[in-house]
Design a protein around this ligand. Sequence first.
Ligand SMILES: C[S@@+](CC[C@H](N)C(=O)[O-])C[C@H]1O[C@@H](n2cnc3c(N)ncnc32)[C@H](O)[C@@H]1O
Length: 243
Amino acid sequence: MARDPRAHWQELATAVEYGRAALRVGLWESEELLVARYFRTPDRLLEVGCGGGRVALGLLQRGYLDVTATDFSPAMVEVARGVLEEARTGWGGRVEQQDATALTYPDAGFDGVIYAFNGLMCLPDAAHRARALRSIHRVLRPGGLFLGSGADREKGALAGHWAQQADGEQPGDRWHETSTSPVFMHSSTEAETHAELHAAGFEVLTSPLSTELAAESAEVRAFCGETRFYVARKVNGSAGPAS
Ligand SMILES: C[S@@+](CC[C@H](N)C(=O)[O-])C[C@H]1O[C@@H](n2cnc3c(N)ncnc32)[C@H](O)[C@@H]1O
């Protein structure tokens, strides 16, 4: 029977792991640097695939005022709500259940959208990634910014690990063991992700490896390894329907 790439994210045990990361790992130095460079504290920010609330918590603690954190998984939403509410009364209400491939927010309502740490890469295939990027494009204002990150199977210290190919799978598609259950992950090349962003109506501003930006703590390195960031601007005009 085919495995369901969404199942891992819907388990409470996985959500609890991501909740722990929100509290113990926090915002990476490289993320903090890019957030400070590209977003201002009054910006209307949407986080998709928020997991246990790691990035949203980091943003709120750094004074970002208008943060909405979303995830498709009810377990992640529950854990992220708990993490944020524990940090400050009322913050839990900023977490909503939304599928990144079919966001229900009005057009052009956000200045920035963040899809951190392999968010795009855990969608089942290229069609889902395209739907997510078009959906994100739709909810961004013209000129609004997308910040995402994902594993690179061509360049960087972990390229060999990510490039390992199982028979019959698309390049970059693999199931990995985790402490809870196997997780599906797609690792891309920089050129592939640029092409996906362009096709959805974005102009790529920069796409550095995390190690080119900061020397992360041992805790961060153990959580995420090396990853590639993508900062892209919504080019005026429509990228077409999201589905
Ligand atoms: C690798 S985790 C990253 C979590 C968090 N962004 C972080 O950096 O700690 C990927 C997240 O994407 C979420 N996700 C997977 N498919 C999704 C979808 N279609 N829409 C929204 N979120 C999704 C998962 O539930 C999970 O929380």
